[in-house]
Design a protein around this ligand. Structure first.
Ligand code: ATP
Length: 262
C-alpha cells in the first residue's frame, strides 16, 4: 500500500528523515512510533506530497509520489497535526466546503450530505455538527479533523498523532473507530509517540529514531518471547552469579525457545 526506498529529507543541516524503507501492507494497522522530533510528521508529509524528498522514492497505492499525487489523494484520508477549520462556521459547513474543494462532479455533490452525516456520526459529533467550530473543545476539533479524513470513504487513512487532545473516552472511541474501519478493508497508518497506544491498536509497527527507521515488524512477532532475560540489580557480583546460574540451568535443560544467554 505504501513503500518508500531510501527516503531522505533534509532541512539544511537537519536530516529529518534518513534513508527510510517503509513497508505498509494492504489491511495493516501500521503504527509509526517515535519520540518528539524523530521525523514522524515529516515522513507523513512526504507520503502525501506536502513536502518534497531530498532523495529516495515513494509509492502509495502503486503510484509514484509526488508525480501521481492527484490521482492518489482522493483515495486517501489524512489528518496531520492540528486540523484547520473556519472557526465561525459550523463543523458541518466546514466539512461541506472541504468536500466541495475536492474532485468529483454531480455524484460527489449528491452524496455529500449523506457522507457528512455518516462521518459526523462515526466520530461522535452528530449532535454538535451545527455548532460553530469556535465553540468546540480541543478534542471536538480533533474529531472534526477525523471526520474530514473520512468524508471521502478512503481506502487508506494516514493519521498523524490522532489521539492528540482526546480524553480517555475519546481515545477509546478512536481506537474502536479505527479497528472498525480497518475491518471493512481500510488500511491505516498512524503516528504516535505513545507505545501503549500503538500496542493496543496496531498490527504492524515501525520505530523511528532521529529520522531512521530502526525497526519494522508485525506486532505479534515483536511480542513473542525472545529467550532473553534481563537481570537488573545494583550488585554487580550478584548479577554475575545470577547469570552463571541461568546459563547452568539452560545447559541442563536446553529449550529451543531459549538460546544460550551470551
Ligand atoms: P513531534 O512528535 O514533536 O511532532 P516528529 O517526530 O513529528 O515530532 P518532525 O516534526 O518530523 O518530528 O521533525 C523532525 C525534525 O525535522 C526535527 O528536528 C524538526 O526540527 C525538523 N523539522 C521539521 N520540519 C522542519 C522545517 N519545516 N524546517 C526545518 N526543520 C524542520
Amino acid at each position: 500500500m505504501i513503500t518508500t526506498r531510501a527516503l531522505t529529507k533534509r532541512y539544511g543541516a537537519v536530516c529529518a528523515v534518513q534513508s527510510v524503507d517503509l513497508d505498509v501492507r494492504e489491511g495493516d494497522r501500521y503504527g509509526l512510533l517515535g519520540p518528539n522530533g524523530s521525523g514522524k510528521t515529516t515522513l507523513v508529509r512526504l507520503l502525501l506530497g506536502l513536502v518534497f524528498a531530498t532523495s529516495g522514492e515513494i509509492e502509495v497505492m502503486g503510484q509514484r509520489i509526488p508525480r501521481h499525487v492527484r490521482e492518489v489523494l482522493p483515495q486517501v484520508g489524512a489528518l496531520i497535526e492540528e486540523p484547520a477549520a473556519y472557526p465561525h462556521l459550523s463543523g458541518r459547513v466546514n466539512l461541506s466546503l472541504l468536500d466541495a474543494a475536492g474532485p468529483g462532479g454531480r455524484a460527489a455533490r449528491r452524496s455529500r450530505r449523506k457522507r457528512i452525516d455518516e462521518a459526523l456520526e462515526q466520530v461522535g459529533l452528530a449532535g454538535v455538527g451545527r455548532r460553530p467550530v469556535k465553540a468546540y473543545s480541543l478534542g471536538m476539533r480533533q474529531r472534526l479533523g477525523l471526520a474530514a479524513a473520512l468524508i471521502r470513504r478512503p481506502r487508506l487513512l494516514i493519521l498523524d498523532e490522532p489521539g492528540n487532545g482526546l480524553d480517555p473516552r475519546g481515545i477509546r472511541d478512536l481506537r474502536e473507530l479505527i479497528i472498525g474501519l480497518n475491518e471493512t478493508g481500510v488500511t491505516v497508518l498512524l503516528s504516535s509517540h505513545l507505545l501503549a497506544e500503538v500496542e493496543q491498536l496496531c498490527t504492524r509497527v515501525g520505530v523511528l529514531d532521529a529520522g531512521r527507521l530502526v525497526l519494522q515488524d508485525d506486532l505479534a512477532s515483536l511480542r513473542a518471547p525472545t529467550g532473553r532475560i534481563l537481570v537488573d540489580t545494583p550488585d554487580a557480583d550478584q548479577g554475575w552469579r545470577a547469570r552463571r546460574r541461568l546459563r547452568g540451568r539452560r545447559r541442563a535443560a536446553p529449550s529451543p525457545r531459549c538460546p544460550a544467554h551470551r
